[in-house]
Ligand binder design. Structure first.
Ligand code: SF4
Length: 581
C-alpha cells in the first residue's frame, strides 16, 4: 500500500500515474449504510449521518433539525476530472455489490472517516473479489490513521486534497481552474414533522473556497489531514474567482444563499473584502453561512460582515479556561449578543472534557456554555483522532486506550473518550455530554425557536437601511416570519403548555411577531399553528416508535460541460429514502 501526502511536494512528485491515464474508468463512493443503526461494520445509532441532529440538536425530539449533507469532497473531485467518473453516494451494501457486478472500473475511490474503518475493509475485500483488476484508492479523514496496511487492502491512500491528486494520477493538468458543482447544503431537511426542502432562491448551495486550516488546533483532524500548521489549499485565490463561481451558481439554480464550507473563510481577509466589493458593485443580495474563529470575526467591522451577507456563523466557544487561543481577548458572550443584535445567528461549539474539567467543575462549564444562548449549540467530547498532534502527545504519555479497549467506530466525540482522562472516571463522560445538551434545551428551548428573536432584531435594525441591497436581504430572510414562523411559535407554545417558563417565552415571541406584522400573523398563527401542532405531535410519536432516517442513494455520472466552470451532474434517487427502524 502506498501513502501519498498531497501537501508534501516530494511525495506528490514521486506519485506514479495510472497506465490508462484519462482513459481509465473511475468510480468514487462513500461508505455503505444504513448509518443510523448499530452494526458489525461500525454504524452507530449514536453517531448517525445527520450532522445537526447528531451533535447539535440531538435531545430536541421533534424540534431537532434533521438533514443530510452530500459528500462534498467526492462531488468536487468528480466535477474536476476529464476522465469518465461515476459517483455512488450513500449506497447500502447490496447497492455497492450490484455496482461492482454490473459495471467494471479501473479505479475505485472510497472516502471515509476513521470510525468507518471496518466498512472500508469490507468494501476493499468486495472489490478484490468482484473487480481484481481495479486500483483501490482510499481518502478522507481515515487517511491519517496509523498502520493502514493492516486495516484494509487498498493500493493507495491519499492524505490531503483529492482533486490535485486524481488529476496527476490520471495524467491531467493539475493546475486547471477548479470547477464547482452545485451541492445543495442540506437534503431531506425536516423539523417539527415538516418537510423543509427548498429550491431556487430559497435553497442554499455549498461553496468550497479552501480546505485545511492554518490555525492547527492540536485536536483538529481536518487541519492535520491537509498538512497542519500554516497549511491550507485555496481552490479560489481571489475574491474575483469566488464571485464568478457564486454568480454562476446563482444564474444556474437561482440560489441566493451560500454555505461556505471553509474551516476559516474569514481568515482570508483580502479575498473576503474583494468579494464584498464585487457584491456591492453588482448589487448581489446574497446570504452567507460561515465557520469562523472569534478573532477572525472581530477583525471585520459589523458593516463589512452585514455587507457580506454573513447571516449564520459556526464558532468555537471551546470552554471556560480552555488552553486554546482562538478566543483570546474575546468576551464570547458579548460577542454572541452583539452579532445577534444584527440578525446574525450563531452555532456555538463547546468541548466537554478538556484536561482541566472534573466531575466537580463540569456544571460550571456547561452553565457558562448555555449562558451564551446561541441559536444552536454543538457539544463534543475532547477527542484526539489518530494523526493529530494531541493523539501523539497522549500516546507518548501512555494515555491512549488500546484498540481492544475501544472500537474505532466508537471514537467520534459523541460517546466515549479514547484515552484515560486525568480527572473524569471512564464511562462518566457519556452522561456529562448528555447533560450539556439537555441543559441547553431546558434553559434555551428549541433551536428553531431561538432563531426568531435574532431574525426579528436584524429585521428591525435594517428594514429601513438606506442601502436597498442590505434591506432586501433582511426582507428575504424574514419572508417566512409573518405566517409560517408565527404558526410554528403558536404550535410550540401549545406544545409547552405545562412548562410555564417556556410557554411564556413563546408567548413573548408571538407578541413580538404580532406587533410587527399585525393582522396577517394574528390570523395565520392559530389557523396554521394547529396544522403545525398536528405534524409536531405526529413526528414525536414516530420518534417514540423508533423511526430513524437514512439518506437516499445518489448515482451520478459525469457530464462534461467545460464551457462553464460550474458543472452539474444529474442525480437519481435510487435508495429507500426514509426508513422506519
Ligand atoms: S480553528 Fe477549527 S478548523 Fe481550525 S484548526 Fe482549530 S478546530 Fe480545526
Amino acid at each position: 500500500m502506498k501513502i501519498c501526502h498531497v501537501s508534501d511536494p516530494f511525495s506528490l512528485q514521486m506519485q506514479e500515474k495510472h497506465p490508462l491515464g484519462s482513459g481509465a474508468k473511475v468510480l468514487l463512493t462513500s461508505v455503505f449504510g444504513p448509518y443510523a443503526k448499530d452494526d458489525a461494520y461500525g454504524s452507530r445509532s449514536n453517531n448517525i449521518m445527520e450532522l445537526h441532529h447528531n451533535q447539535v440538536t440531538r435531545v430536541q425530539g421533534p424540534f431537532s433539525l434533521r438533514m443530510f449533507h452530500r459528500s462534498s469532497g467526492l462531488k468536487l473531485i468528480q466535477a474536476n476530472l476529464d476522465t469518465s467518473c461515476t459517483l455512488l453516494d450513500y449506497p447500502d451494501l447490496d447497492r455497492f455489490v450490484s455496482e461492482l457486478r454490473d459495471n467494471s472500473y479501473d479505479i475505485i475511490g472510497i472516502s471515509a472517516i476513521q470510525p468507518n474503518v471496518k466498512k472500508v475493509e469490507k468494501m476493499c475485500s468486495l472489490i478484490r473479489a468482484h473487480q481484481p483488476g481495479a486500483t483501490i484508492v482510499v481518502g478522507g479523514h481515515i487517511s491519517t490513521m496509523s498502520e493502514l496496511d493492516k486495516r484494509f487492502d487498498a493500493d493507495i491512500v491519499v492524505r490531503g486534497e483529492g482533486v490535485r491528486w486524481f488529476r496527476i494520477y490520471l495524467g491531467e493538468d493539475p493546475n486547471r481552474p477548479i470547477n464547482h458543482p452545485f451541492i445543495p447544503s442540506g437534503i431531506h431537511r425536516r423539523c417539527m414533522g415538516l418537510n423543509l426542502d427548498r429550491n431556487g432562491e430559497d435553497a442554499t448551495a455549498v461553496i468550497l473556497p479552501s480546505v485545511g486550516c492554518p490555525i492547527a488546533c492540536n485536536f483538529c483532524s481536518t487541519s492535520a489531514m491537509f498538512g497542519g500548521k500554516g497549511m491550507y489549499v485555496n481552490f479560489y485565490e481571489t475574491g474575483d474567482e469566488l464571485f464568478d463561481i457564486m454568480s454562476q451558481l446563482e444564474e444556474k439554480v437561482g440560489v441566493q444563499s451560500f454555505f461556505i464550507m471553509d474551516e476559516n473563510f474569514l481568515l482570508h481577509r483580502q479575498r473576503a473584502l474583494r468579494l464584498l466589493e464585487l457584491m456591492e458593485e453588482n448589487n448581489k443580495v446574497w446570504s452567507m453561512h460561515v465557520f469562523s474563529s472569534a478573532n477572525a470575526l472581530k477583525s471585520y467591522s459589523m458593516e463589512q460582515l452585514v455587507g457580506l451577507g454573513i447571516s449564520w456563523v459556526w464558532i468555537g466557544l471551546e470552554g471556560k479556561r480552555s488552553r486554546y487561543g482562538k478566543l483570546s481577548g474575546a468576551d464570547s458572550r458579548s460577542l454572541v449578543r452583539e452579532f445577534q443584535e444584527h440578525g446574525i445567528r450563531i452555532l456555538g461549539s463547546t468541548i466537554i472534557g478538556f484536561e482541566e474539567h472534573t466531575p466537580e467543575n463540569i456544571d460550571e462549564v456547561i452553565d457558562w456554555a448555555v449562558s451564551h444562548n446561541t441559536e444552536f449549540h454543538q457539544f463534543m467530547l475532547y477527542t484526539p483522532p489518530q494523526g493529530t498532534p494531541l493523539y501523539s502527545e497522549f500516546l507518548e504519555k501512555g494515555l491512549i486506550l488500546d484498540e481492544d479497549e475501544i472500537d474505532a467506530a466508537d471514537i467520534h466525540g459523541q460517546f466515549r473518550f479514547n484515552y484515560r482522562h486525568p480527572n473524569i472516571p471512564a464511562g462518566q463522560e457519556t452522561a456529562l455530554l448528555l447533560r450539556a445538551f439537555q441543559r441547553d434545551f431546558e434553559i434555551n428551548g428549541p433551536s428553531v425557536m431561538r432563531l426568531i428573536p435574532t431574525l426579528l432584531k436584524g429585521w428591525k435594525r435594517y428594514k429601513n437601511h438606506p442601502n436597498a441591497r442590505i434591506r432586501k436581504r433582511f426582507e428575504r430572510e424574514l419572508k417566512a416570519m409573518p405566517v409560517f414562523y408565527a404558526a410554528a411559535v403558536w404550535a410550540t407554545r401549545a406544545w409547552f403548555g405545562d412548562n410555564l417558563p417556556m410557554a411564556r417565552k413563546m408567548n413573548d415571541m408571538l407578541t413580538g411577531i404580532y406587533r410587527e406584522f399585525g393582522f396577517k400573523s394574528r390570523v395565520s398563527a392559530p389557523v396554521l399553528g394547529r396544522v403545525v401542532f398536528y405534524h409536531l405531535r405526529r413526528e414525536a410519536k414516530r420518534l417514540a416508535d423508533g423511526i430513524t432516517y437514512e439518506p437516499p442513494t445518489f448515482y451520478e455520472s459525469s457530464v462534461k460541460s467545460f464551457g462553464s466552470r460550474v458543472m452539474e451532474t444529474p442525480s437519481k434517487l435510487t435508495g429507500p429514502g426514509y426508513q422506519i427502524g
